[in-house]
Design a protein around this ligand. Sequence first.
Ligand code: CP
Length: 330
Amino acid sequence: MSTAHTLETGGQVATAPVRHFISTGDHPRAVLDAIVDRAIANAGARSTALAGLSVAMLFFNSSLRTRSSFEVGIAQLGGHSTTLEVGAGVWNLETIDGAVMDADKPEHIVDAARVLSRYFDAICVRSFPKLKSLEDDLADPVISALRDHATVPVINLESCLWHPCQAMADVMTIRQRFGRTDGVKVALAWTPHIKALPTAVPNSFALAAAQFGCELTIVAPEGYDLPEAVTAQLGGATVSHDQSLLSDQDVVYAKSWGRLDRYGEPPADTLRDWILTPEKLGDAVFMHCMPLRRNVEATDAVLESPNNAAYDEAENRLHVQKEILVELIG
Ligand code: CP
């Protein structure tokens, strides 16, 4: 179902489609490029672009960067944010269509979407996959319900499938380091982890890298594939199991994710020899969305190296998200 909001135009009521920010793939490169351009030009600036506007931030999961950077960014634009932690002072939300709600979840996401739309000018939401059923998670139920039932823009703060705000900050970081994205040699490098992590970050990074013309190589152990729904959108990306390719890259984007064929299961083999070290990286710029498990995913030496751009990425979340908000509701 598509949603629309009404515009009062001289006594006439017209409808305009609501613009969401759920995946970078929903937007043409020209729009994304313009957002990154403005984020670089306006970094650190304060404005009144969101004066009088309010943004709901619905969190089903924990966050350090996303919550902080959105709250601060909205304040820097003169707007108001309300952070709602589902199940912690906010009703626990049912997300299954047609559920008989006789258990521990007193409100349905459909009703929450409709009610929040009456108060707020945009709804931001973080809802990770449950990692029980790949099929269920590929449907991305929470963000899909909000997209279908909210009547204001929905911004994805990391869903089962996508983390587009992170990817925009990543692209901005590559632009800052290299002055361009086209032709930059970028490896998405799988790293070890104690848990089977979701694929939203690597999905969105790989997609954005392809959209922005990077030369993308995915370097991961055998069996660690990204969902076909994502790889189908990546054009000519190379896939390799050879870590020696990393030192030949301009950028190594480190991230762990779980096997899709053993969905949600803790890794049987920890593959600790996939940890990133300065020797593997050579002169490549190191990127990571954070949080990062030091000395599991990458060594302390990588984090303390001048080639580490992970803190720039975290800062750029603030700058680029402000421009996404202005684009959608400013
Ligand atoms: N990278 C990122 O989204 O960080 P948080 O999980 O801390 O928000």
